[in-house]
Design a protein around this ligand. Structure first.
Ligand SMILES: Cc1ccc([C@@H]2N[C@@H](C)[C@@H](O)[C@H]2O)cc1
Length: 449
C-alpha cells in the first residue's frame, strides 16, 4: 500500500440508490453534437480521415476558419423532444450529452467564455431543452465535459515555463467555474462524463482535481463521476498507485468491451460505442464497417452479462436532425427491447460459465436468470451449467412464458434446454427460474481416474 493523498477515496462499489440505479441502466445513448457537425468530416470537398469531431486538428483547415464555424451554427431542425423520444423508443435509460467538446464550443450560454451558443446565430441554450426533454422521458442525463479546451488561451498540453503555469492557473479556475455553472444550471443531471484529461498539464494537477471532485460531490450529492477525471499524485489514471479505481465506475471501455468478468476487477463500468468504427461527431461519409442492429444488441447483452452498461453514440447533423441510419437503428433496437428489456434492465453478472449460444444475465435482487441467445446450436439444445445446489424449476421463452421448455438434466450440474423452434431469425431470451436442488446422493457423478 502506497501512502496517497490524491488517490481513490473509496474501496469497492458505491452502494447508494443513485449508483444502484446507474448500475441497472443496461442501455444508454451518447450524443456528440457541436460545430464539428457542420463540416461533418469534410472540408472543401476533401475528406478528413480522422474522427469528425477532431476535424479542427486537421491541417486541411486553418484553425481560425474552424473556430469561425460558431457564426454558422443555426440548427433549424433541432428538436430536443424528437431526440429524447428517439432515445426512449430505443430503450435507453440514460444519455450522455456533450456540453463542450475539445474545440471549446459550449452548447450552454456559459458566462466564462464568449465561445458559446449565445454568440451563434441560434443564440438559445441547447442544454436546457435537452435536459428537460430527456427528464420528461424519464431518461437520466449525464453531462459530457472535455477538460482539454483548444479555444481557451490558458490551455496547455504541458506546463514547462513560468508563463505556462500562470496561464494554466487561469485555465484551472475557468474549468472549475464552468463545472459549477453546469451543476447549477442543470441540477437534475446525475453525473459528469469527463474527457480530454490525458495531457501532462492536467495530470500534474492531482491536488487541484481531487479538491475539485470533492467540491463537486458536495455541491451535488450523489453526483456520478467516472475514473477518467483525475490522476493521483504519481500521475496514475483510472486506477491509483495502489491499483484502486478512481471515481465511481471504470471509464476506460471506449469502443471496446471486456471479454471476461476478471477484466472488470469487480468495478462498475460502461462501454461507450460508435456505430461506425470511430466517428463520434456527425460524419457525412460513414466509411468502413457500420455496426448492425444484431451486433449492437450482442454488445448490449455482453456488457450487461459482465455487469456493465452499453452506451450507443449518436452524432446529430449540423442542422440538428438525427441521421436516418441512427433513427433506424434506434427503432430496430427499441423493437427488440420492447419484448426483451427484462433481460437487460436491472440485471447483472450471473456468475455462470459462458456458453457458445450467448450470454447469461441475472435479475438484480432475484434468482431469475436470462439466457440471451445469439447462436442456436444445430442440436437445438442450449447447455447450462448451474451451481451444485441449484436445479431448473422452469424454463420458457421470455416472449412466450406459457410455453415451458424441456430442461433435461445431463449430470448433477449440467442441463440441456431443448428449444422447440430453432429457426430463430432474431436474438431471443430464455428465462430460467432456478430452484434449490435436493441432494441427489448420486456418488458416480465424478469419474474415478
Ligand atoms: C485518441 C482519442 C481522443 C479523444 C477521443 C474522444 N473520446 C470520445 C468519447 C469522443 O469524444 C472522442 O472525440 C477519442 C480518441
Amino acid at each position: 500500500q502506497i501512502e496517497l493523498k490524491h488517490g481513490s477515496h473509496r474501496i469497492g462499489k458505491r452502494t447508494d440508490a443513485v449508483m444502484q440505479k446507474w448500475r441497472g441502466y443496461g442501455l444508454g445513448q451518447f450524443i456528440h453534437w457541436g460545430l464539428y457537425a457542420i463540416p461533418g468530416g469534410e472540408w472543401n470537398g476533401k475528406q478528413y480521415n480522422g474522427a469528425a469531431e477532431w476535424i479542427r486538428s486537421w491541417n486541411g483547415i486553418p484553425k481560425s476558419t474552424y473556430d469561425s464555424l460558431i457564426y454558422k451554427f443555426n440548427p433549424v431542425n433541432f428538436n430536443a423532444e424528437e431526440w429524447a423520444v428517439t432515445a426512449k423508443q430505443m430503450g435507453a435509460r440514460y444519455v450522455t450529452i456533450t456540453t463542450k467538446h475539445h474545440d471549446g464550443f459550449c452548447l450552454w450560454p456559459s458566462k466564462y467564455t464568449r465561445y458559446t451558443i449565445a454568440n451563434s446565430p441560434w443564440k438559445k441554450d441547447i442544454m436546457k431543452p435537452l435536459v428537460d426533454a430527456y427528464d420528461k422521458q424519464g431518461i437520466d442525463v449525464i453531462l459530457y465535459f472535455s477538460v482539454m479546451d483548444w479555444n481557451h488561451p490558458g490551455w496547455r498540453y504541458d506546463i514547462k515555463t513560468k508563463e505556462d503555469s500562470i496561464a494554466f492557473e487561469g485555465f484551472k479556475q475557468f474549468t472549475r467555474n464552468q463545472l459549477l455553472e453546469l451543476l447549477t444550471l442543470y441540477p437534475t443531471a446525475k453525473g459528469l462524463w469527463f474527457d480530454g484529461t490525458w495531457d501532462k498539464s492536467w495530470i500534474k494537477q492531482a491536488a487541484f482535481a481531487d479538491e475539485l471532485e470533492t467540491e463537486m460531490r458536495k455541491f451535488r450529492p450523489g453526483l456520478i463521476i467516472g475514473s477518467r477525471f483525475r490522476a493521483d499524485e504519481n500521475g496514475k489514471r483510472h486506477f491509483d498507485s495502489n491499483g484502486v479505481l478512481m471515481g465511481d465506475y471504470e471509464q476506460g471501455w471506449e469502443r471496446k468491451i471486456p471479454n471476461k468478468i476478471e477484466d472488470v476487477h469487480g468495478n462498475d463500468w460502461d462501454c461507450v460505442m460508435t456505430v461506425p468504427e470511430n466517428q463520434w461527431g456527425y460524419n457525412k461519409a460513414w466509411k468502413g464497417h457500420i455496426k448492425t442492429r444484431n451486433e449492437l444488441l450482442e454488445m448490449t447483452a455482453k456488457c450487461v452479462s459482465l455487469g456493465g452498461n452499453f452506451v450507443l453514440n449518436f452524432g446529430p447533423q449540423g442542422d440538428g436532425a438525427i441521421r436516418k441510419e441512427e433513427k433506424q437503428l434506434a427503432a430496430q433496437i427499441g423493437d427488440w427491447m420492447k419484448t426483451n428489456s427484462e433481460a437487460i434492465y436491472n440485471c447483472e453478472y450471473a456468475g455462470l460459465e459462458k456458453q457458445d449460444w450467448g450470454y447469461f444475465t441475472k435479475k438484480t435482487g432475484s434468482d431469475k436468470l436470462y439466457m440471451i441467445v445469439f447462436n442456436v446450436p444445430v442440436s437445438g439444445a442450449l447447455k447450462v451449467k448451474l451451481p451444485a445446489n441449484t436445479s431448473i424449476g422452469k424454463s420458457y421463452l421470455l416472449a412466450q412464458p406459457a410455453q415451458l421448455l424441456n430442461a433435461e438434466e445431463i449430470s448433477g450440474t449440467e442441463y440441456f434446454i431443448h428449444l422447440k423452434n430453432t429457426a430463430a431469425g432474431n436474438p431471443f431470451v430464455v428465462v430460467l427460474e432456478p430452484t434449490a436442488k435436493k441432494a441427489s446422493g448420486n456418488t458416480y457423478d465424478k469419474a474415478k481416474t
